[in-house]
Design a protein around this ligand. Sequence first.
Ligand code: AMP
Ligand code: GLY
Length: 426
Amino acid sequence: MNGERVLIVGGGGREHALAWRLRQSKSVEAVWVAPGNGGTWPDNVAADAMDVEGLLVLAKARGATLTVVGPEAPLGAGIVDRFTDAGMRCFGPVAAAARLETSKAFAKAFMARHGIATARYEVFKDPEAARDFVCRAPWPVVIKASGLAAGKGVLLPQSTQEAVEAIDELMVARRFGSAADEVVVEERLEGEEVSLLALCDGKVAVALVPARDHKRALDGDLGPNTGGMGAFAPTPALDAQAIEAVRKTVLQPVVDGMAAEGSPYIGVLYAGLMLTADGPKVLEFNCRFGDPETQVVLPLLEGDLAALFGACIDGTLKPDDVVCKPGAAATVVMASGGYPGAYTKGKVIQGIDKANAIEGVQVFEAGTRRDAQGTRVTSGGRVLAVTGIGNNLQQALTKAYQGVGAISFEGAMWRRDIGGGLGGQS
Ligand code: AMP
Ligand code: GLY
């Protein structure tokens, strides 16, 4: 058999990690990333991740045998449906199944239909009714735009007044446009957060190692929410027995429910969980790999990743095919000064090769590009995810921070307390 020719759609740290891991697959002959970044260069192809027709033309022109979709927006736009109709193999859920992420109102109703534990909630289309509800809600509330809002559509008000303001921001000022035509008001949960990702083939869900993401910008979980400032895996918060329990009560019921509703779930199912006093509850589903969770989950996954994705598409995934390595991985995101607010781009980045030369360090690039000379410069908010791999969490964190210490660019900021600060300072 000829090798797999893989097209990866997206351009962040997650896609660099996918490219890095897929290149290690014995079955893979070529990897391209559209549009990619400075880390996946020179295998980048200029393309817009939302241009499904353009990507289809590209995949055919390159003779791609497998397309792997990183971000949620093209999945929501039906890239898998379109590729499959055209006879192309594309890893990810069809648009109807991706609604678990693209419509929080759908996800909540789906969980209610299938008995999956989640926060209590109400859905509103009318700001008046929503305002009225938050003023007399029987529980502290979280307010969410139902549609895609680039990870920014969740508001955590501290008072009734702030809750009313949040409703107005979403439904009257329409900060996220039509993404907040419907708003989910849900019960605020307390506990530790865990990201549990699973590979799904339409019939079974097989969990990967549980990860912990650090979403706030600043040390001590202060500052605004971001896409994620660092992560580690496995998190001790979920032991093997607890993983199996979540698989049975959350992940597998999603796959069974989607199959029963006529949209078999194929791809990665990401459950964002809160470990509450009453057991794990779902905060959200994502229909794709997490960023930066991928940068710690993939280094711990054994085997041929392209073959695993192929088994998902073919409906032949076996739980025993998914083997996680012992040890731990941690990643520290280096961001542009000002992120998640305004920041400047085009800063020269030094030391990536030096960091990669340290044993147990792998730098995944996110907001980077190469200039005309091939020099890496910053081009986004989250610039790098510096991953350390070790025998245990402490070692992995130490490695990650050693990597960070080798790298510099003007205005760089990163959290010093990923993994609870076990990695020491740099
Ligand atoms: P989401 O995009 O739905 O994961 O929300 C972003 C972040 O908001 C989550 O990672 C949590 O930290 C927080 N969050 C979301 N829903 C809730 C909830 N029901 N209770 C407490 N925190 C929440
Ligand atoms: N790290 C959170 C996400 O990928 O949505």
